[in-house]
Design a protein around this ligand. Structure first.
Ligand code: ASP
Ligand code: MG
Length: 403
């Protein structure tokens, strides 16, 4: 019998009615001849509320206790869903991450999965039941409850699908799939019937919020086909899988944007070997994830180095950079959080010249200044003023005829 892992996000299990609708769908999938393993997120905004509660109670918030607290959200939804399934005559059993055998490292609040045992899930399936697993959590090698980082239920679902050899992993959410752009900004954006893992990785990394980046990496590495779809319409959504070698790849598949990055500039860095290394080593040691970097050729023996970081890391990045200024002989540090990254993604870029030129021409025609540029073989990203991001996305979506 085909085995499918079905993951339901927070909005899909937000209240009693939604939970009963999910139970109906699981029962129907079984009647259609599938074995089903379910992964649930916490109901609605539960995790946000728990985060806020912790902040109200404590300034210290030991990470072990944060995980114990946050993992409670998924326990509520898994138990309620099993009850709703019982009403439909479907034998279902809930499992915490620990009971499901999801073993992680000991890095609380952003643990990585080391191993998925899944013995009890296999036994439940063999007995004709539906295992319902709490997403976003596991048990560390030191036997403590861990969580996988916000949005981690997607990763739980993909990891279970890989470990159990599932035929597909369905990610149910409140949108009908992956779109050519954010439909709130580009009303004529289209649902993509399928995208490759590589494209989905770039989309997830540049602001497309449908899937957690790590879950896509996991799916690609373990060849798990993903199906992102709506739990409100139950219509087919977007398949994410291997690139189809028979098919002509679209030059541009999607336009994304991300307002969460900020820019740091270190001014007049002397042009000597080793100084950039010192700067980025110091940032790495503080766990700052640097994205774009721009350094000009020097004219008078000094050069400005600009780089972007997640907005949440701006303060620490500025502090690190400012601390190095005297030592490396630069003149200062400036920061700017009014920037946005706009990205074009398309597997066909590899073979079509001219995408970059057309991108720059499109932005120029809108009078939008490009402050930084970075590319991969299937992505072009431009840093622009935050208040021009929407215009940039709309213009690029139109220029590449994605509607
Ligand atoms: N409940 C967790 C969160 O809100 C995990 C998830 O939903 O994927 O981040
Ligand atoms: Mg989520």
């Amino acid at each position: 019998m085909p085995l499918v892992v079905q993951k339901f996000g927070g909005t899909s299990v937000a209240d009693a009615e939604r939970i009963r609708a999910v139970a109906d769908h699981v029962a129907r999938s079984r009647r259609d001849g599938n074995d089903v393993v379910v992964v649930v997120s916490a109901m609605g905004k539960t995790t946000d509320e728990l985060v806020r509660l912790a902040a109200d109670v404590s300034a210290t918030q030991p990470a072990r206790e944060v995980d114990m607290l946050l993992s409670a959200g998924e326990r509520i939804s898994m138990a309620l869903l099993c009850m709703a399934l019982a009403d439909l005559g479907v034998p279902a059993t809930s499992f915490t991450g620990s009971q499901a055998g999801i073993v992680t490292d000991e890095v609380h609040t952003r643990a990585k999965i080391l191993e998925v045992k899944g013995d009890r899930l296999r036994l439940t399936l063999a007995a004709g039941g539906v295992p319902v697993v709490a997403g976003f959590q596991g048990v560390s090698t030191a036997n403590d409850v861990t969580t996988l980082g916000r949005g981690g239920s997607d990763t739980t679902a993909v990891a279970l699908a890989a470990a159990l050899g599932a035929d597909a992993c369905e990610i149910y959410t409140d949108v009908p799939g992956v779109f050519t752009s954010d439909p709130r900004i580009v009303p004529e954006a289209r649902r993509l019937p399928r995208v490759s893992f590589e494209e989905m990785l770039e989309i997830a990394a540049t602001g497309g919020r449908v899937l957690a980046l790590r879950s896509v990496e996991f799916a690609r590495n373990h060849h798990v086909p993903l199906h992102v779809r709506s739990s409100f319409t139950w219509e087919p959504g977007t398949w994410v899988g291997e690139e189809d070698p028979e098919m002509e790849q679209a030059m541009v598949t999607a336009v994304t944007h991300d307002l969460s990055e900020a820019k740091v500039t270190v001014t007049r860095v002397p042009d000597r070997p080793g100084l950039a290394a010192r700067l980025f080593r110091a940032l790495a040691d503080r766990n700052v994830n640097v994205d774009m970097i721009v350094q000009n050729t020097s004219t008078d023996g000094t050069t400005d180095i600009s780089f972007t970081v997640p907005g949440a890391d701006l303060a620490v990045s500025a502090e690190v950079a400012a601390g190095l200024v005297p030592e490396i002989g630069a003149t200062g540090v400036t920061t700017d959080d009014q920037v946005a990254r706009v990205s074009l993604i398309g597997a066909g870029m590899k073979t079509h010249p001219g995408v970059t030129a057309r991108t720059f021409e499109t932005l120029a025609a809108e009078g939008i200044n490009i402050e930084m540029i970075s590319t991969s073989s299937i992505r072009i990203s431009c840093m622009v003023r935050a208040d021009r991001a929407e215009a940039a996305v709309q213009a690029l979506h139109a220029a590449f005829e994605l509607a």
